[in-house]
Ligand binder design. Structure first.
Ligand SMILES: NC(=O)c1ccc[n+]([C@@H]2O[C@H](COP(=O)([O-])OP(=O)(O)OC[C@H]3O[C@@H](n4cnc5c(N)ncnc54)[C@H](O)[C@@H]3O)[C@@H](O)[C@H]2O)c1
Length: 270
């Protein structure tokens, strides 16, 4: 197995500044831009996370019938400053139209395409304990394009029992069930000692994206993408910002250290 890779995106890459013509002239949609794939590869990791936040906000605006949105409105709703928002959207080649802003429908399409959300991603959860139950029962994933279609555990008391309407299968059935249900994302919610073996089974079954909740570093082949979620890290980041704000206050400059980015980059992954 290859060692886990570092972050793929070039964090800190700066997109070209829009020219005056780009600001006033509608530019082609992402799909029509020949270099769209290269552009997507160059988006910094943190900007990708914020694009997902913009998408959620835009979807809410669309449900409320909004046709266009200004960068200022979208920035406030997403909790970032508008300069950062415009820069993030420039990564996907979207500059809006001066005096009009962004078409909500178009911007949703562009972000979905960049995030690879134009098709559904079937999700399997492995380890149906406290966390696995919560994930399996959470109704918010299907609407965002991530239906949970398979659950696995080793506990004989759990196998065959439906959780969130899906019967739990034994991990020995990972290859068959993942193939039948075209699982593309595996979520690992097992105790840490079991996580690597579970990851290996998922990879052998053809799953190429792993979301790992277990506090271990997983070894995967190069073609497999791993994201790690650690709420303790989130709390540590919060602690850092609170401490920084206290330092600022102690120095008497009155600058609030807890900036808007903290709220947006809510989930720290590595
Ligand atoms: N990332 C986070 O912020 C976060 C938060 C909470 C928990 N966790 C982690 O998530 C994991 C699960 O936590 P929990 O509280 O749900 O634990 P839990 O003990 O309630 O559940 C673990 C489940 O995994 C199953 N299991 C054990 N070995 C397995 C194997 N080889 N294959 C498949 N299933 C197996 C058990 O039968 C059990 O149902 C732990 O690693 C925990 O540290 C992470």
């Amino acid at each position: 197995m290859a060692a886990q890779r570092g972050q793929r995106n070039g964090v800190g890459d700066t997109p070209p500044a829009p020219t005056a013509a780009e600001i006033t002239t509608p530019i082609p949609r992402v799909a029509e831009v020949p270099a769209a794939r290269d552009r997507a590869r160059a988006i910094p990791e943190a900007a990708v996370a914020r694009l997902a936040v913009y998408l959620r906000v835009l979807s809410g605006m669309q449900e409320q019938g909004a046709g266009t949105v200004s960068s200022e409105e979208l920035a406030v709703a997403a909790g970032v400053n508008s300069a950062k928002l415009r820069k993030d959207l420039s990564y996907i080649g979207s500059y809006g139209t001066r005096g009009v802003g962004y078409e909500v429908v178009v911007l949703i399409e562009e972000i979905e395409r960049i995030l690879g959300l134009t098709r559904k991603h079937s999700v399997a959860v492995v380890g149906i304990g406290n966390l696995g139950h919560a994930l399996a029962n959470y109704g918010g994933f299907p609407g965002r394009g991530f239906p949970v279609t398979a659950l696995f555990d080793v506990d004989p008391d759990l196998v065959g029992v439906p959780v969130g309407g899906i019967p739990v299968d034994h991990i020995d059935d990972i290859p068959r069930v993942c193939a039948e249900r075209e699982v593309s994302i595996g979520v690992i919610a097992t105790p840490p000692p079991a996580a690597q073996a579970v990851c290996d089974r998922l990879v052998e079954a053809g799953v190429q994206c792993i979301l790992n909740f277990a506090p271990v570093v997983l070894q995967v082949p190069d073609h497999v993408e791993v994201r790690k979620v650690d709420l303790a890290v989130e709390l540590q980041v919060l602690s850092f910002h609170v401490a920084r704000r206290a330092d600022d206050a102690a120095q008497g400059d009155g600058v609030a250290g807890m900036g808007p980015d903290l709220q947006v980059n809510g989930m720290v992954v590595s």
